[in-house]
Design a protein around this ligand. Structure first.
Ligand code: ZN
Length: 402
């Protein structure tokens, strides 16, 4: 006997069996419809599902209040080896003119160029951007690691911070070099720990000069697990195998965070901005506990809108509680097309604004066909004006002493 449901299915009238239309009706035909082998296997990289969800799509072209992008990379070292930057000379990823055009369109009052380097490279970057366009660019210095083996390196590096400050540096940036790349013989030997005492005078110098330290340690927790079928960032690690810190002599994420915490505890007069949401956006409970412990710690949002936006309820509470200590930042890199989550363009900023200012649902966290940091989408958290003002501008302005 053919039931009504089987009949409808055979006629292609039940959703999901449109391929049946035009074929012979009846239960038998329905069973024959698919070949015994099923559909051909599909490469993961070829899979580009289009969401069928119909929800509101807002476009936020300008941030509601002027913002400071606290985390950008306008310049970089011309030479690095095994993850350690070894040259004072800078290469520039975008001209001031092309950056200013986007900044004016997107309501970006200023960009903080974290990777300004040191010595002549720093002075040149400050002259080209900060001094040429006052109030639009702020450049940070970085440690010079090439002299790390010299016995008086701790003092020299502290003095270098003072000179950099005189040359116009507004803060110190630490890339994840410390803890993951710098070794006893610079590029060989055992890894140097984040809280190595040889850097103590440098952290203190920043405290005395009242300039913030933007510190990047660790990476998404998935980078510390095998690149296998269980890894939620499998495609990202597959595209960038050198981003994996699984195996070898790499410390665990927990060890890196513990070392950073010891450092922050030991230098209470130095302001630390733990970038990328305290480098643990997957665990806001952990970030919250550390913010509670360390009054001299803040965080930025850079390249973690994908993590925050997939936990909108927790993220919204986090912004509420720590509204004085969260800084707007994107990790924007001009022409960084290989890293859509941080490519400097209009679309990137619109995604951040949409996340912060709307309660839109299920949208892309990066301007890319395939989500580059894991296959999920995000939700907006609809912050009130009072919090937006702090996150977009006031918190950064306070730390930079504008
Ligand atoms: Zn960065």
């Amino acid at each position: 006997m053919i039931t009504r449901r089987q009949w409808l299915y055979g006629m292609g009238l039940i959703a999901g069996c449109g391929t049946q239309v035009g074929r012979a009706s009846g239960a038998a035909a329905a069973n024959e419809a698919l070949p015994a082998t099923g559909p051909a296997p599909l490469e993961l990289s070829q899979y580009e599902p289009r969401s069928m969800l119909r929800v509101r799509e807002s476009r936020v072209e300008r941030s509601r209040f002027p913002n400071i992008d606290f985390h950008t990379h306008i310049s970089g070292s011309t030479k690095s080896e095994k993850g350690v930057e070894l040259s004072a000379d800078r290469e520039y990823l975008g001209t001031p003119q092309e950056l200013l055009a986007v900044m004016d369109r997107k309501n970006i009052r200023a960009m903080v160029n974290l990777t300004g380097g040191y010595e002549r490279g720093l002075a040149e970057a400050v002259a080209k951007y900060d001094r040429a366009y006052p109030g639009r660019f702020y450049t940070f210095t970085e440690p010079s690691y090439s002299g790390f083996k010299e016995p008086n390196y701790p003092t020299l590096q502290a003095q270098a911070i003072e000179r950099a400050h005189q040359d116009g540096a507004r803060g110190l940036k630490i890339l994840k070099t410390l803890g993951l790349y710098l070794r006893e013989n610079i590029t060989s030997g055992s890894l140097v720990k984040i809280d190595d005492a040889r850097f103590d005078p440098m952290w203190d110098a920043c405290g005395q000069l009242n300039i913030p330290v933007a510190i990047h340690i660790s990476d998404p927790i998935a980078f510390f697990t095998p690149t296998d079928r269980f890894n939620e960032r499998y495609e990202e690690l597959n595209n960038h195998p050198d981003w994996s810190f699984y195996g070898g002599d790499f410390p665990s994420n927990a060890e890196l965070i513990a070392a950073r915490n010891r450092l922050i505890a030991r230098h209470p007069k130095t302001q630390f901005v733990a970038v990328h949401v305290g480098n643990f956006a997957e665990d806001l409970q952990n970030v919250s506990e550390n913010l509670d412990r360390f009054p001299n710690m803040s965080v930025d949002l850079a390249a973690r809108v994908g993590e925050l936006g997939r936990q909108p309820v927790t993220a919204r509470k986090f912004f509420d509680k720590y509204q004085e200590r969260i800084l707007f930042g994107t990790d924007a890199t001009p022409h960084g097309d290989d890293y859509p989550q941080q490519v400097f363009n209009d679309q990137l900023y619109e995604i951040y604004y949409r996340f912060l200012e709307t309660n839109d649902e299920y949208f892309d966290y990066a301007p890319a066909k395939i989500p580059p940091q894991g296959r999920w989408r995000i939700y907006g958290i609809d912050l009130p004006d009072s919090i937006l003002r702090k996150v977009y501008f006031e918190n950064a302005a306070r730390l930079l002493r504008l």
